[in-house]
Design a protein around this ligand. Structure first.
Ligand SMILES: Cc1ncc(COP(=O)(O)O)c(C=O)c1O
Length: 384
């Protein structure tokens, strides 16, 4: 049997990791500013994380949601505290797509409506409803196509108002990333997020804040939507939540009431997943990782803005997009193969930095030096 070949991959095998460093089978060290796509939040093999998972594994790894699992309440309490939304309710799942799928479904149960507003270049996952609100026709199968989704231009307040006016009492939910990740690190304006809040309130529509990539402390606040000073009705999260252990969740406003069986999952909220998520929050709190993300991220953004070759630097905290001109399309590959630095990308020509939230300034400087070297070499080549 061979693997179903859907990923264009780099020819590198990583066998070990520690903090923001990873190593291949030959012992070559790489600086990880990608975190396996924003997943590694507290660093690879963090000792507290390893210990908590190991201890839990010796107790019990899994049992289903048919019994009491006190770790779930412990996690809900901690997450409510760290995210500043103590009166919200937690539903645990296994991935980002599943979190959004449940958020959209719950919104529809709540107000009995079918239509959803989503935004161009959004990415919300690959399951049925999540992919239907994702603006990429290449990953939407015919079976996922629906007339229920209205795609609007990014941060266009007039278009949003018009959509609400045209679909009176029909919009179930609005789903928006606080910062579009796959879409190229596009930060939603605070005024647009506030406008969504107002229109949702006026129309009994559910505001869903997709925080799968931009949430969990990455921007320096727990949810990037917090910058707008508003509360969403449902926050979806995953990625950084388990530092690599698959876990996702939705955090649900008190006005949305649960009914038995309306949502469900076999694996969601299992003992091991909860232990992983608790370890992450404990480290985040103890080591003040949101503060570090704001500081080191702010430093990186300021330094990157000094490069004349860079078209634009976007993002917040440790979610950074560096837009390069077309002639510098090779930079990402050179960072990886010459300087051994993992970064992410977005189309057409954006380098995405999504490192662990405890990235040190020294590691940020190591990246800036390599970036300078690659840009200098490119200038020599293009001028000679
Ligand atoms: C904003 C956003 N939402 C949802 C998802 C889907 O998450 P998952 O791949 O865990 O299903 C992603 C994944 O990249 C994402 O970036």
């Amino acid at each position: 049997m061979k693997l179903f070949d859907v990923y264009p991959i780099n020819n590198i095998e990583i066998v070990k990791g520690k903090g923001s460093l990873v190593y291949d089978e030959n012992g070559t060290e790489y600086l990880d500013l990608y975190g396996g796509h924003a997943v590694i939040s507290i660093g690879h093999t963090h000792p507290h994380y390893v210990e908590r998972l190991e201890t839990q594994l010796h107790q019990i790894g899994f049992y289903s949601n048919s019994i009491e699992i006190p770790l779930q309440q412990e996690l809900a309490t901690k997450l409510g505290h760290v995210s500043g939304k103590e009166d919200y309710q937690l539903f645990l799942v296994n991935s980002g797509a599943e979190a959004n799928e449940n958020a959209l479904k719950l919104a529809s149960f709540y107000n009995g409506r079918k239509k959803i507003i989503a935004f161009r270049k959004a990415f919300h996952g690959r399951t049925s409803l999540a992919v239907a609100v994702t603006d990429n026709p290449k990953i939407v199968a015919p079976v996922n196509e629906t007339d229920n989704v209205i795609f609007l231009p990014w941060c266009d307040e007039a278009a949003l108002e018009q959509a609400f006016a045209d679909n009176k009492d029909q919009i179930s939910s609005v789903i928006i990333e606080g910062i579009q990740g796959v879409g190229g690190i596009q930060v939603a304006t605070e005024s647009f997020l506030r406008k969504i809040r107002t229109l949702c309130d006026e129309n009994n529509t559910v505001f869903i804040a997709d925080s799968v990539q931009c949430g969990y402390g990455r921007t320096g606040k727990f949810y990037s939507h917090d910058f707008a000073g508003i509360n969403a009705d449902i926050y979806s999260m995953a990625k950084g939540m388990g530092n690599g252990f698959p876990i996702g969740a939705i955090s649900i406003a008190p006005k949305i009431k649960p009914v038995y069986y309306m949502l469900g999952t076999t694996f969601g909220g299992n003992h091991l997943a909860c232990a992983a998520a608790l370890a992450v929050l404990e480290v985040m709190e103890q080591d003040k990782l949101m503060q570090n993300a704001a500081e080191v991220g702010g430093y990186l953004i300021a330094e990157l803005n000094k490069f004349q070759e860079v078209k634009e630097v976007r993002g917040r905290g440790l979610m950074i997009g560096i837009e390069l001109p077309e002639e510098l399309a090779h930079v990402k590959k050179e960072l990886l193969f010459k300087h051994h630095i993992f970064t992410g990308e977005a189309k057409p020509n954006v380098i995405r930095l999504l490192p662990a939230l405890n990235l040190t300034k020294a590691h940020a400087d190591r990246f800036l030096e390599a970036f300078t070297t690659v840009l200098k070499a490119s200038a020599v080549v293009s001028h000679s």
